[in-house]
Design a binder for this molecule. Structure first.
Ligand SMILES: [Mg+2]
Length: 371
């Protein structure tokens, strides 16, 4: 089998209401870059490289990776991964950033082709169902910044829908954060609460807020600091009695190695669309296992990325907690002919069709296509 074409579809959605995160930042739109690979045997693979700047992913795939991929056997995934990111012809390497994101989308599409070629879902090619129940435990992601009353009511609704954990964005000051944590915890009772700061604090602020969060038995404290400050994350992990989660802004196993060696993370959050694809995420999870770290992949993307995340989590023993987008995003469930649904009892079922197990709805792709 040979690769005959590689292209990127850029998608964009204007949000009906801005989503607020730390430090008064808001998202007004979301985007995605889908990678489509065709072969001479008629098998087509779909992948996703995250992404908000989809034009960068498209340029890198079109101009840099496509010429390296045309004519190659798509089943030689390890070799093609290294051809894209580690070929010795490159004097100047892209160790992190959108180059790795673009390669992640290609890698995912290659795995989709492999699954379709071998007539098996990807998780069956990578070790099978590690937990043995065909499902992955999911948490509701996410509550965005609003009044304490509105955030608490949203959290209560997710608890009533069957989620056993809910995540919220905070990060706008000690007093404002505590008002919201208290209101949400009062509303959800025994349901677990994760807190995501989106890198909004410095070390002094993050420590003070972390001491406050200790009182509320928070499940994890996500990205309290800049991803550059691995020493600061290690400091917080050592000083606070709550687990630290980070990794959505980290790339490849070499990046995660630094987090593990410095004992800076309890829950590692590789993003399959960014960190190097399915191939690299499996290796990051194996590395994490050797450091007794749990992996909980970051997954804030389209239905394609959701399917890839499910495939990797299904076959990886030290993966827990699927991040399930509850914001009614147009490119999530409605992008897929067979949507991946929360089951109302805390779980999402692993797709079992060959490859990623997804087919795109053409009318949804057309509606959100960026020319
Ligand atoms: Mg996050």
């Amino acid at each position: 089998m040979k690769i005959t074409d590689v292209k990127v579809i850029k998608l964009g959605v204007q949000l009906p209401k801005p989503l607020g995160v730390s430090k008064d930042r808001e998202f007004n739109s979301r985007g995605a870059a889908l990678v489509i690979i065709d072969t001479d045997e008629g098998i087509q693979g779909i992948g996703e490289g995250y992404g908000p700047e989809s034009y960068i992913v498209k340029t890198i795939v079109d101009d840099k990776f496509k010429p390296l991929l045309i004519g190659q056997d798509p089943l030689d995934i390890e070799r093609l991964w290294r051809r894209m990111l580690m070929d010795p012809v490159f004097v100047y390497w892209d160790q992190k950033g959108q180059g790795v994101s673009a390669a992640s989308g290609v890698d995912m599409a290659l795995w989709d082709i492999a699954g379709k070629f071998y007539n098996a879902p990807i998780y069956k090619l990578l070790g099978g169902d590690a937990k043995g129940n065909g499902k992955v435990k999911a948490y509701a992601s996410d509550l965005f910044w609003d009044t304490p009353e509105i955030m608490a009511e949203s959290a209560r609704q997710f608890a009533l829908q069957g989620y056993s954990a809910v995540k919220t964005h905070l990060g706008r000051g000690l007093k404002e954060d505590e008002e919201r944590v208290k209101a949400i915890k009062d509303a959800i009772g025994d349901v677990d609460l994760m807190i995501d700061m989106n890198c909004g604090y410095d070390r002094v602020e993050a420590f003070k807020v972390g001491k406050m969060l200790e009182k509320y038995d928070i499940y994890w404290y996500e990205e309290p600091l800049s991803p550059y400050d691995i020493d600061g994350l290690a400091y917080l992990k050592n000083k606070l009695d709550i687990p630290i989660a980070t990794g959505e802004n980290e790339y490849t196993k070499w990046g995660f190695k630094e987090l593990f060696l410095k004992n800076a993370v309890d829950f590692a959050m590789p993003d399959i669309m960014r960190c190097g694809g399915i191939t690299e995420t499996k290796k990051i999870c194996a590395l994490a296992e050797a450091f007794d770290v749990i992996c909980t992949p970051h997954n804030y993307t389209t239905g394609v990325g959701l399917a890839a995340t499910l495939q990797v989590m299904a076959c990886t023993p030290n993966c827990e907690w699927l991040e399930f987008d509850v914001t009614d995003y147009a490119l999530y469930k409605s992008l897929l002919k067979k949507p991946l649904e929360f089951d109302g009892q805390g779980m999402v079922t692993i797709p079992t069709d060959p490859g990623l197990g997804v087919e795109l709805k053409d009318n949804v792709v057309d509606k959100y296509l960026i020319p």
